[in-house]
Design a protein around this ligand. Structure first.
Ligand code: CDP
Length: 214
């Protein structure tokens, strides 16, 4: 019997969840949605419209987000990440983005989604759930390299401070906080190369699939 393979990949900023999710999607031939882009697009859009982050504007922007809004290069900046985590605390914004994500997760054959609340809120019935993490120092170094590659002049210390602030906001909020669900397999990538993290992710997905079939 075959079933739709929905893979939920959650974790904190720069943990490697996006890379793992995109490799898994390629491996299993599934579509991939980086849900962080939705919040980034809402944060950037709300800022453009209002000049500051404010709940009603963010909700209005969230209600009109489509796939076409997700490929802008501006979404990858440090500022966009910060704006995303600010709008992500609003329950109305999360509610407005729910259908888009659930429709994606319901694609025939399955899908891979990465974010903060995929296994807990968006796709609680996903047959495979991973919680990808790494130490704040390792994550800061990865994000710093990424931002430097995009031409952003920022120090490693500033990036580490951003990461700590974002962890606190994402884990401490009331609406769908970042947490490892009891049924999600932990993947700590601190000491792993991309290739090793991908191999371990595959093993965990296969283990989850196996336990469902048996
Ligand atoms: O790559 P990075 O983790 O820095 O950021 P991201 O995944 O693009 O997410 C940016 C922000 O959006 C996060 O800090 C969260 O506040 C928020 N987010 C969320 O609340 N729920 C999701 N499913 C995805 C992102």
């Amino acid at each position: 019997m075959s079933f739709d393979l929905v893979i939920a990949v959650d974790g904190p900023a720069a943990s490697g969840k996006g890379t793992v999710a995109s490799r898994l999607a390629r491996h299993y031939g599934l579509p991939h949605l980086d849900t962080g882009l939705l919040y980034r697009a809402v944060g950037v859009g709300a800022m453009k419209q209002h000049g500051a982050i404010e709940e009603a504007t963010a909700e209005r922007v969230a209600a009109h987000i489509t796939q076409a809004h997700l490929s802008e290069q501006a979404l990858m900046t440090r500022a966009a990440g910060e704006l995303a985590s600010q709008v992500a605390v609003y329950p109305g914004v999360r509610a407005a983005l729910l259908k888009f994500q659930q429709d994606f997760a319901a694609k025939k054959g399955g899908a891979v989604l990465d974010g903060r609340d995929i296994g807990t809120v968006i796709a609680p019935h996903a047959p495979a759930k991973l919680f990808v993490t790494a130490s704040p120092e390792v994550r800061a170094e990865r994000r710093w390299k990424q931002l430097s590659g995009l031409g952003e002049g920022v120090s490693l210390e500033e990036v580490l401070a951003d990461i700590r602030k974002r962890d606190e906001r994402d884990s401490g909020r009331d609406a769908a906080p970042l947490l490892q669900g009891a049924d999600a397999a932990l993947l700590d990538t601190s000491q792993l190369t991309i290739e090793a993290a991908f191999r371990e992710a595959c093993r965990l997905v296969e283990q989850a699939r196996g336990s469902i079939k048996s």
